[in-house]
Design a protein around this ligand. Structure first.
Ligand code: T4K
Length: 388
């Protein structure tokens, strides 16, 4: 039990956990259902290329999100790339720097310059006023990110896009099952892109999807996902290989059936974290709007000056206990290669991003994390806050 500084592994005590406690432990839904589906795939001898499992998955996801089209992909990054191409983005596209680097890379990989705009420190999402400041004659679009599953300011970004004739799409990698104004994320902007990576609340091992209500855009993305083929021997579009395989769709279908249980566990853990951390000065737990749905998959702590030790020391203390807390998405995309140095005024333009990058700790979450484990992680933080 961790009650005092001397109980900490950084101070020589044995670590709280033998096995590491991960931030992104995959949620594994109905194992029997998954294995049954894998048997069906093997019996069927149809492993990929728009097979029956992927088609069922797309129908179920579109229904779940209340959107017309779901185009399943091999991962969220390729889904972003295909959506960006299908939308015809070019030149410069405004994105937050405070996001996973895939948002920026998906643009850069296609010769488009990501232009980083600052965030609202209260929500960690794009600040519409900052977006306006970054518009130039070369700007073709905006990619909003629903960071930590909290909706970006959709209406404000849409108004800016309309005013300036820009395309708007969303990186919804964190936001499966989240809502904006009580409507499911998935049908905002021209399209929205999900990641179903193993570490996400809802996973297909690797996987992703683009969702849209736009028939033409959906058709273009279906072609691009499969080398531009329309039927046998008939290539009518440039394309790549963005297909989801049958086994991944099977995992998704089994996990979709178990999603409510995962969300309940996440919600419980988040409340447990909130309770255990409430009295500690110098830390803030990022809250989720109770009026909106959210997976509560990210437990995001912000450390401020009132806390007696720095953020990195807290992380070091947690790691010593085998609690592998993370500082996603430090230092912000603008500080990563190849973007580092391309934006010499980042310090002036991205003060809220830089502040968030120095303050954030993401703690273990997911259905595999127990109340006792939450308590242990919180005990480490509580003890570090004690006067020496
Ligand atoms: N846009 C945004 C906003 C995103 O956050 C992401 C992905 C994307 C786009 C792109 O989508 P994808 O192309 O990935 O579909 C992870 C994920 O790889 C990535 O999907 C995710 N965002 C990003 C935020 O985090 P890491 O660096 O955390 O991976 P890693 O290997 O450190 O794993 C995290 C923890 O989970 C570790 O402690 C180990 C544990 N783990 C991981 C895996 C894969 C397991 O216990 N089992 C596992 O199978 O990147």
């Amino acid at each position: 039990e961790i009650r005092d500084l001397k109980d900490l592994a950084v101070n020589g005590a044995p670590p709280a956990f033998i096995e590491p406690l991960h931030v992104g432990r995959p949620n594994i839904g109905d194992r029997e259902e998954f294995l049954r589906r894998v048997e069906a795939i093997l019996d069927n001898q149809w492993l990929t290329n728009n097979g029956p499992m992927v088609q069922e998955f797309e129908r179920r996801i579109a229904g779940y999100l209340g959107v017309k089209h779901c185009i399943a992909m091999c991962n969220g990054t390729i889904a972003l790339e295909i959506a960006i191409r299908a939308l015809g983005l070019e030149g410069e596209v405004i994105v937050p720097s405070w996001t996973f680097v895939a948002t920026a890379h998906a643009l850069y990989w296609q010769g488009i310059t990501p232009i980083f705009a600052d965030i609202d420190p209260a929500t960690h999402n794009l600040d519409p006023a900052a977006v306006r400041r970054m518009i130039t004659p070369r700007t073709s679009g905006i990619i909003g990110v629903h960071l930590w599953g909290r909706a970006a300011p959709v209406d404000e970004l849409q108004a800016i896009a309309d005013e300036h004739g820009l395309k708007l799409m969303f990186d919804a990698a964190h936001a499966f099952g989240s809502t904006y104004r009580r409507r499911s994320i998935g049908s905002f902007g021209a399209c929205e892109v999900f990641s179903f990576h193993a570490t996400k609340a809802f996973n297909t091992m690797e996987g992703g999807a683009v969702t849209t209500n736009d028939d033409e855009l959906a058709e273009a993305m279906r072609l691009m996902r499969n080398f531009g083929f329309k039927g046998y021997d008939n290539v009518i579009h440039p394309g790549t290989n963005g297909k989801m395989i049958e086994v991944c769709a099977a995992m998704g279908l089994a996990n979709l059936d178990a999603l409510d249980a995962v969300l309940d566990a996440n919600h419980r853990n988040h409340q447990e974290y909130r309770r255990a951390l409430a009295e500690i000065p110098g830390i803030t737990l990022l809250e989720y709007d109770p009026a909106e749905r959210n997976s509560h998959h990210y437990v995001v702590l912000e450390i401020d000056e009132a806390f007696p030790v720095g953020r990195d020391l807290i992380i070091a203390a947690l790691h010593a206990e085998n609690i592998l807390a993370r500082k996603y998405f430090w230092p912000g995309c603008h500080g990563m290669q190849p973007y580092r140095g391309l934006f010499p005024h980042a310090g002036l333009l991205l003060p809220n991003t830089i502040a968030a990058a120095e303050r954030v700790i993401v703690l273990p979450a997911g259905a595999a994390v127990s109340a006792a484990e939450v308590q242990a992680a919180c005990d480490v933080v509580r003890v570090l806050a004690l006067p020496p």
